[in-house]
Design a protein around this ligand. Structure first.
Ligand code: GDP
Ligand code: MG
Length: 208
C-alpha cells in the first residue's frame, strides 16, 4: 500500500518543494497522469499545445508535507530530446512508456540516459496497464528487467483505472529521503504527525 496521500493545499505550511520532470514519448500518458493525480480526472482528449506545464502536487508523506512541482511537456518530446532548461535542477524524474507500444519502451532507454545526466532519483513507469489483452500488451516484465537490471524502481500503472498511481510518488519520497529524515528525528516526527492530522481534519471539514 502506498504511504502518500494527495492533498488539496498546504500553502500555510511552506512545505519542502521538489522539482519532478516527466519524460517519455508523446502519447504514453504523461499529461493524463498529471491530471489524474492532481484533479482525479481521466482525460481522453489528446492535447499537444506548446510550452511547458508545471503543476503543483501536494502530498502528505507519512506526516511530512511535501510539494512536487511537476514539469510536463506540451508535446515537445515528439520532436526529439528535451532542452536542458527542462531538466536543470530537477530533483527527481518519472520516465514513462506505454505498455501497449513497443517503440515507446525502446525509446525509454534513451529517456533514461537523458534524465540520468541531471538526477539519480528516477522511477520508470509502464502506463496503460488496463490493456491486458495479449494483443494489446507489448512489453513483458522480462523486457523491463533487462532494461533496469533491477537498479531502477519500476511501476505498472493505469491512468484509466487509477491503478497504482501514487506508487511512483511514494517511491520518489523514499528516494528523496523524506522518510529517512523523519526517522532521524522522532520528536519532529510526532510533532509533524500531530500537525498533519489536524491539518487533515481541517481539510476534511471542507471536502468530507
Ligand atoms: P503524453 O503525450 O505522454 O502527455 O500523453 P497523454 O497524457 O496526452 O495521453 C495520450 C493518450 O493516451 C490519451 O488519449 C489518453 O486518454 C490515453 N491514456 C493515458 N493513460 C492511459 C491509460 O492508463 N490507459 C489507456 N487505455 N489510455 C490512456
Ligand atoms: Mg503531454
Amino acid at each position: 500500500m502506498s504511504s502518500v496521500q494527495i492533498i488539496n493545499n498546504i500553502d500555510a505550511m511552506s512545505p519542502k518543494t521538489y522539482k519532478c520532470v516527466l519524460v517519455g514519448d508523446g502519447g504514453v500518458g504523461k499529461s493524463v497522469y498529471c491530471t489524474q493525480l492532481i484533479h482525479s480526472k481521466f482525460v481522453t482528449k489528446y492535447i499537444a499545445t506548446l510550452g511547458v506545464e508545471v503543476q503543483i502536487l501536494n502530498v502528505n508523506a507519512r506526516g511530512n508535507m511535501i510539494r512536487f512541482n511537476i514539469w510536463d511537456t506540451a508535446g515537445q518530446e515528439k520532436f526529439g530530446g528535451l532542452r536542458d532548461g527542462y531538466y536543470v535542477q530537477a530533483d527527481c524524474a518519472i520516465v514513462f512508456f506505454d505498455l501497449s507500444s513497443r517503440v515507446t519502451f525502446r525509446n525509454a532507454s534513451q529517456w533514461l540516459n537523458d534524465v540520468k545526466k541531471y538526477t539519480n532519483n528516477i522511477v520508470l513507469v509502464g502506463n496503460k496497464k488496463d490493456m491486458k489483452d495479449i494483443n494489446e500488451r507489448k512489453v513483458t516484465m522480462e523486457d523491463v528487467l533487462k532494461l533496469t537490471q533491477g537498479n531502477i524502481p519500476y511501476y505498472e500503472i493505469s491512468c484509466k483505472t487509477n491503478e497504482s498511481l501514487t506508487g511512483p510518488i511514494d517511491k520518489l519520497c523514499e528516494m528523496l529521503n523524506v522518510y529517512q529524515a523523519q526517522a532521524q528525528s522522532t520528536q519532529d516526527q510526532s510533532a509533524q504527525a500531530a500537525q498533519a492530522q489536524s491539518w487533515g481534519e481541517y481539510l476534511y471539514s471542507f471536502i468530507g
